[in-house]
Design a protein around this ligand. Sequence first.
Ligand code: SAM
Length: 228
Amino acid sequence: MVIQLNTVIPLGRTFDEYVRMFDLTQQDLNKSILSVADGPASFNAEGTKLGFKIKSVDPLYKFSSTQIKSRFDQVVDNIIKQVEETPKDWVWTYHKSSHKLRKNREKAINVFCQDYEQGQVESRYEIGELPQLKYLDCEYELGLSSHFLFLYSEQFDQDFHLNSIKEMLRVCQELRIFPLLTLKNKRSPYLEFITEKLEKQGHNCQIKKVSYQLQAGGNEMLKITKNS
Ligand SMILES: C[S@@+](CC[C@H](N)C(=O)[O-])C[C@H]1O[C@@H](n2cnc3c(N)ncnc32)[C@H](O)[C@@H]1O
């Protein structure tokens, strides 16, 4: 699918949010990490500064940082307004308020934009799109998917999810996905089918509670360890 900038909502999360969403320990962070659908998150920029080895993949990376930031500026007011109009859908233990949520999203995209050109030179940001990845079998120790798989269950069907997860497992020893909810704050209808299918193939699937929540009820992460 060819990605159009005017259909993308380029909102990114920070390194601290990634650590909490994926329950990342120092040992996890020391692994080679492939973060798919990474968008304008500052996980790579901040993590690289701390000495970690992270590659981000997203179809969005065919655009320049100026284009990505101007799309963010176009949509952010409306997104925050939608959040404020649906108070029951959100939990403020982490972000505290919609105003601070906006500040965190601005911080993430600004740090991302400052790092983006250098990161492209270093091949830390690469254009790519599920359900196919160009990497070798087992090239990465840990694969992450934040706010893409399961969240967009209405836009991407069950086959897309299964094929994407299998592809990430081809490339990564272990895979973590957050959240398990759709945009309507319901558990993805594909979760059970996919975990059952993967377990039958000998992979280990665990749903873990994590110390991050913004969508009400969205504090669970799926950890899949590959059958090697
Ligand atoms: C909501 S953003 C999440 C960004 C980041 N992971 C985070 O949590 O801050 C979803 C991202 O999925 C990307 N995306 C859309 N289709 C994709 C595909 N087929 N494969 C990989 N990424 C895709 C979009 O470009 C966008 O950057």
